[in-house]
Design a binder for this molecule. Structure first.
Ligand code: MN
Length: 741
């Protein structure tokens, strides 16, 4: 045991507190110093006798967190006070209302936000997700909760050494999963890099040490290189009378390691180990012109790589980042990244939100909207509070990582969407109603389907139809959480409606059969049709997936007490349909480890046909059902019921016809339908079962059910159809709106 010199410790605590005050001093107004002092003594008193795992007095932690808030995030008094008190309610006797009484509602609110968050992480993972969501809820109220939380997390990461390994692992995984991306999204670049580096340090210590040592070793030669690289540039800048600073910034250990891993190369071969940064001292009014002036000087001496020019001055990133980046060829034959920015931009880049906020009320702050926009998006996401928390965190996280695309409305209004966003995302971004009725879009005046991926600079006009309705496929077409959650809402809504219709149908049918309707009967019907819930049963009746005439069989079965297996009407109809066309031989699928010929059924949710990648699934009442591996139900079945999955493979493509559902989208013109049907029926001798066509707003949207022999056959057909003038897209359409084991 270490003996503690109490007097010495007391002095050290006061020293640290004074250091905090000194750093905060430039911001302090009227009563601020007094308030900080009060918070410090409250915290000191409350945590008296408590020690961290390292043996240090506990008060070091809130002091350090407050210090990070000031120094590294640029926050002011309210946050300092909240940081000093952040563990008080959680860990000591002091209650929230006392904090409110002594320090005001703002501090109380932030402390409350931080209190809810900590501690709960010790429970199950969904609790953790729920908790994270709670924390984000405060983002829309007061972003400082998140900022202080990040400071808290950073200090905990810096002091991980004294933690037991299992706690380390838990803390670092939360950090890399959520906090580092969050810091990135808030533009806290420096904190994000440090969190990632610390994650690597505790995940792969050898790699971390090796890369760190190499960065250190190469420092002298790097500085020499930077000097000689910049010499002519700086001469020229001096002649123009520019005021500037420059430095060579090595990339973070984590990002270098990432490159080594991704490209499978040693440290020495990572070409962009560092970037040269020129920071200009200039007025807001002239900054853009001066940055481009410096760009022009740099590229007078060195040839730029045209693919690597990044102008985040004209269009800042959504997290507020502004800078001009170019990669040029140096005299030694190495590419060098040069970052050109002003002091103002630099502060925003390093400290993110707080600095951004500080400059917000400057007159030309028209592009402040990115981050605000993001925060309002988060708020919208949070308002749809029926998504489950894990799903929410996953969606949220996916959006954190995404880069952006910049696109325009027909009127030239700029919209920022995550990378990979589609026309459908754009539609939902405009308005939920526009999204829900989205039929397609015109991108740069060309007609595209709803799943068309948008690119930077695209001008997008959404086409709608009052008849259009979201279906489950749309979930795959959308990437933004906003669009996804709106689609889910509508699907749920329409499922409810179908269930209501279904219930009416069932009641009517039972009345005809003179069977009184009650809960018991409903439940027996559910069991008879092998549905999980009564609502599922009603839904399938309402949707026409269960033929109401089948309900009669339930009665027959009850009266006759026959316990034979009940084939599903829809499956039977399906098989009958196949038999009508050519020679049907359904035992061409081999199942199980021994690849036996076993009886199976094709699932309706994805209509597998020969050639598809498939798996078998052992159902409770209907033997083996075969699904496509791309079936929307596949992930759920494979991950949650893996023990019921059997290997399946098509043996060969025989002369058997299968029903496939195809969707054709194009621009409507006279004679298009005839051309399409001609190809289907005459050229390839395919039998069409049904066809529905919607030609509203000039878009031809056809759904065709037809019989094909195999995927190869279908592919041929699709290729032919795509060549028809006016046809834009032909897709195989999965009927995935039903959940069918
Ligand atoms: Mn803490």
């Amino acid at each position: 045991m270490v003996t503690v010199d109490v007097e010495e410790e007391r002095k050290e605590i006061i020293r640290r507190y004074r250091k905090l005050l000194r750093k905060a001093k430039p911001f302090l107004k009227d009563n601020d110093a007094k308030l900080i002092k009060k918070a410090f003594y409250t915290s000191l008193e409350a945590h008296r006798g408590m020690r961290r795992k390292s043996g240090e007095p506990y008060i070091y932690h809130p002091l350090e967190v407050a210090q990070i808030c000031v120094d590294e995030i640029g926050l002011g008094t309210t946050s300092i006070v909240a940081a000093l008190l952040h563990d008080v309610v959680e860990d000591t006797e002091i209650e929230l209302d006392e904090i409110e009484k002594d320090f005001g509602p703002k501090v109380a609110k932030i402390t409350d936000g931080l209190t809810k968050i900590s501690g709960v992480f010790d429970h199950g993972s969904s609790q953790q997700a729920e908790n994270f969501r709670k924390m984000l809820l405060t983002l829309s109220e007061d972003v400082r909760v998140i900022l202080v939380k990040l400071a808290d997390r950073l200090h905990n990461m810096r002091t991980l050494d004294s933690m037991p390994r299992h706690k380390q692992l838990k803390i670092i995984s939360e950090t890399i999963y959520l906090y580092a991306p969050l810091a990135h999204r808030l533009g806290l670049y420096v904190i994000k890099s440090e969190l990632e580096d610390l994650w690597l340090k505790y995940t792969e210590p050898e790699v971390y040490n090796e890369v760190a040592a190499k960065i250190d070793e190469s420092k002298i030669s790097r500085n020499r290189f930077i000097r000689s690289f910049l010499n002519p540039v700086l001469d020229e800048m001096n002649k123009s009378g520019l005021k500037y600073e420059f430095k060579g910034r090595p990339k973070s250990i984590h990002s270098i390691w990432n490159k080594m891993k991704k490209q499978n190369i040693p440290f020495e071969e990572v070409y962009d180990l560092f970037a040269i940064r020129i920071t200009l001292d200039t007025d807001k009014e002239t900054e853009k012109a001066i940055c481009w002036h410096v760009y022009s000087i740099v590229t007078d001496f060195y040839k730029p790589n045209p693919d690597r020019l990044r102008d985040w001055i004209s269009t800042p990133k959504a997290n507020g980042y502004e800078s001009l980046h170019t990669t040029v060829m140096s005299k030694t034959g190495k590419w060098v990244e040069v970052q050109i920015r002003t002091k103002r931009m630099d502060e925003i880049a390093e400290k993110g939100y707080a600095a951004h906020w500080k400059y917000k009320d400057s007159p030309s702050g028209s592009h402040e909207s990115g981050l605000e926009q993001w925060i309002s998006h988060v708020r919208e996401m949070l308002e749809q509070n029926d998504t489950n928390a894990i799903e929410f965190v996953d969606d949220f996280r996916a959006n954190l990582f995404n880069d952006e695309v910049f696109v325009f409305t027909p009127k030239g209004e700029l919209k920022t969407l995550p990378y990979g966003a589609t026309a459908l995302d754009f539609a939902f971004d405009i308005h939920t109603e526009v999204g829900a009725k989205c039929l397609g879009a015109k991108v740069n005046n060309k007609l595209v389907p709803i799943n068309h991926e948008l690119k930077n600079g695209d001008q997008v006009e959404i086409l709608t139809s009052s008849k259009q309705k979201p279906n489950e496929d749309w979930l795959r077409f959308a990437v933004t959480s906003k669009a996804k959650s709106k689609i889910k809402d509508t699907l749920k809504e329409s499922k409810k409606e179908s269930a209501i219709d279904g219930k009416e149908i069932v009641k009517r049918k039972l009345k005809q059969m003179k069977v009184p309707f009650d809960g018991d009967v409903a439940n027996q019907l559910r069991a008879f049709f092998d549905e999980k819930t009564v609502t599922d049963f009603y839904y399938k009746v309402g949707k026409g997936l269960i033929d109401p005439s089948e309900i009669k069989k339930y009665k027959d079965l009850k009266t006759d007490k026959i316990k034979s297996e009940r084939p599903r009407k829809s499956d039977r109809a399906f098989i009958d349909d196949i038999k009508k066309v050519g020679t049907s031989e359904k035992d061409i699928l081999l199942i199980g480890e021994d690849m036996d010929r076993v009886d199976y059924k094709l699932s309706k949710c994805c209509n597998p046909i020969p050639g598809d990648d498939v798996f078998g699934f052992v159902t409770v009442n209907e033997g083996i059902k075969v699904h496509r591996t791309t079936c929307p139900n596949a992930p759920e079945l494979l991950s949650n019921h893996g023990n019921r999955v059997v290997k399946s493979k098509w043996m060969s493509q025989q002369q058997t016809s299968f029903l496939a559902h195809m969707r054709i989208i194009g621009t409507d013109r006279v004679g298009l339908i005839r051309d399409v049907t001609d190809i289907i029926s005459r050229e390839l001798k395919v039998n069409m079962r049904s066809m529905t066509i919607d030609t509203e707003t000039g878009i031809f949207d056809g759904h065709i059910m037809l019989y094909v022999n195999s995927t190869k056959h279908l592919d041929q057909l699709i290729k032919k159809l795509e060549k028809v003038p006016g046809v834009m897209k032909v897709t195989r359409h999965d009927e995935s709106s039903q959940n069918d084991e």
